[in-house]
Design a protein around this ligand. Structure first.
Ligand code: G4P
Length: 534
């Protein structure tokens, strides 16, 4: 897709792959759309998201998402800007789907956190932020909706530091707010950038830039805004954290930008600084040591599986993050976990609104490959015989459990197929009672809305109505114990031992107190909050 002729190393170095996270409604979708607008991938804003009913047209597939106005699944988009090739991983905003977000963040090299200036750090931002912290990736903060009256910018910085526990360093500082939000001061370039109306955000915003001491800005801003800006900058210089690239890249300091995705003010300066500060894909750890993205050996891992994305095709797509080497259509690779050679013949990429077949792709890129039911989340694919394995992605502890069965027993086959596919996607986790001969299925989910999605998808994609009986457990732990034996295990009241899909023993408990109780009753027992991964 590139117009210029880049060699392999250039291709790797011009890649930037990031996830975008926010509390619902902070403006993630709008900002993503504006990136596409600036990258020339769409001609005018609003072509993607002009009315509420079309809200999730770019990134969302499922009808339920439209109905509820929430994003259930993560999606991937690629676009070009100033010779950079950018991959955006969109994540569901709703907390009930944070497991999907976690898996997506494993595939990202950095994250952009969008915050609503009138709300500050919201609940869901906190959760998602913690996941970024766990991954140790750089986090960029975009404080959005500056065209509306919001909280004081200094207060917002304090909020980020106090609530999220990360130091912050504003790169752009807002000039005015609400109706008076006219531009930003770029502290890096020591430059004022005033925006002119971009046709209500439909078109790219034009701007006037220059040195703050230039008299024209005193005139353009008016005395009071100009003085306010000078005093803000002075205060930031004295009291704020210094810009430190190493600390940013280590995820200890977040560079902060102010803007309005709706009017486009501050979007381009943000994008430019972001591309300037972030790095191309870095080496990733495997069981055989670090893998350099610029090595010849193609390798990557599956971080997401999504069935029935296109109801017309009923296909199943595995999302692969490329970590090293060049991918070429039709290439044969080793599926390391299964010890099989497979041919990747119909690889897809997600460009702006379309899915297209790709001929080649590079480290940092995400490709969708047709999955005839052979992939699991966390699987590694590689080209040479080294059979390296990237670290797997753990299953997260569900907090809600239910027994489920097909309403109509004649539909049991479709029911089991649906359950098995949705479990492979990671949309639900499935457990069984060991050694009882009882064919009862117990499903665990991280958020209750996932139950709704499960019911909806089983009906719409597999034609099965289900009976669901919620269980009173709220905690699960993976059991680790030498010579573990189901019959000799001492259970506390209100607990049950089950088997996960890989036949690992797990225990369901009603409260934290029972965790301690079970530990006391069984010597040598270790209880883990996530499944183990190789
Ligand atoms: P999300 O993906 O994070 O959930 O948020 P989304 O972009 O859908 O934005 C949520 C609402 O906030 C939308 O309004 C959107 O237009 C508005 N919005 C986004 N960025 C800005 C901004 O910079 N300034 C202002 N003032 N509003 C912004 P809506 O009424 O819910 O939807 P719509 O009818 O506008 O599509």
């Amino acid at each position: 897709m590139s117009e210029k002729n880049f060699n392999f190393v250039d291709e790797v170095r011009r890649r930037r792959t990031f996830a975008i996270i926010s509390h619902p409604d902070a403006g993630k979708t709008t900002l993503t759309e504006k990136f596409l607008l600036y990258g020339g991938a769409i001609r005018s804003a609003g072509s993607v998201k002009s009315r509420r009913s079309q809200k999730h047209a770019v990134s969302d597939w499922m009808e339920i998402e439209k109905q509820r106005g929430i994003s259930v699944t993560s999606s991937v988009l690629q676009f070009e800007y100033n010779n950079f090739c950018i991959n955006i991983l969109d994540t569901p905003g709703h907390q009930d789907f944070s497991e999907d977000t976690y898996r997506t963040l494993v595939a990202a090299d950095s994250a952009v956190m969008v915050i609503d200036c009138s709300k500050g750090v919201e609940d869901q931002t906190k959760k998602l932020f913690q996941v970024c912290k766990m991954r140790g990736i750089p986090i960029f903060t975009f404080i959005n909706k500056m065209d509306r009256e919001g909280r004081d910018p200094f207060e917002l910085l304090e909020d980020i530091e106090n609530v999220l526990g990360i130091r912050s360093c504003p790169v752009n500082w807002p000039i005015g707010s609400g109706k008076e939000f006219v531009g930003v001061f770029n502290r890096h370039k020591n430059q004022v950038e005033l925006f002119n109306d971009g046709n209500h955000g439909q078109a790219i915003a034009q701007s006037t830039t220059g040195d703050i001491s230039d008299e024209k800005f005193t005139e353009l801003l008016g005395q009071s805004l100009h003085e306010q800006l000078l005093s803000d900058i002075e205060l930031l210089d004295i009291a704020g954290d210094n810009f430190d690239i190493d600390e940013i890249l280590a995820g200890n300091l977040t560079p902060v930008f102010f803007g309005s995705a709706l009017t486009n003010f501050g979007v381009e300066p943000f994008l430019e600084s972001f591309l300037d500060i972030t790095t191309p894909p870095k080496a990733r750890m495997s069981d055989l040591g670090e893998v350099n993205p610029e090595s010849d050996n193609f390798s990557g891992f599956i971080f997401k599986i999504q069935a029935n994305m296109n109801p017309a095709h009923r296909d199943r797509i595995a999302f692969l993050r490329i970590c090293s080497g060049k991918f070429e259509k039709g290439m044969a690779v080793n599926h390391v976990q299964q010890g099989k050679k497979i041919k990747l013949s119909q690889p897809q990429q997600f460009m702006a609104q379309d899915r297209v077949i790709v001929d080649s792709a590079y480290p940092g890129d995400i490709i969708g490959i047709h999955d005839p039911g052979i992939f699991n989340i966390g699987d590694t694919l590689c080209q040479d015989q080294s059979r390296l394995k990237y670290k797997g992605i753990p299953q997260f502890a569900p907090e809600h459990f239910a027994t489920i069965s097909a309403k109509n027993s004649m539909k049991r086959k479709q029911f089991l197929k649906g359950i098995s596919q949705l479990s492979e996607e990671g949309a639900i986790q499935v457990y069984k009672r060991p050694n009882t001969g009882v064919e009862e299925l117990i499903v665990g989910v991280v958020g209750v809305l996932q139950f709704e999605v499960l019911e909806y998808r089983l009906k719409n994609e597999y034609g099965v109505d289900i009976l669901m009986h919620k269980l009173p457990y709220g905690h699960i732990r993976w059991i680790e114990m030498e010579n573990f034996n189901y019959t000799r295990f001492s259970l506390a009241m209100d607990t049950v031992v089950l088997e996960d899909k890989d036949q690992n023993p797990v225990i369901l408990l009603q409260n934290e107190w029972s965790v301690r109780n079970v530990l006391e009753r069984n010597e040598g027992l270790v209880l883990r909050e996530t499944s183990r991964v190789d």
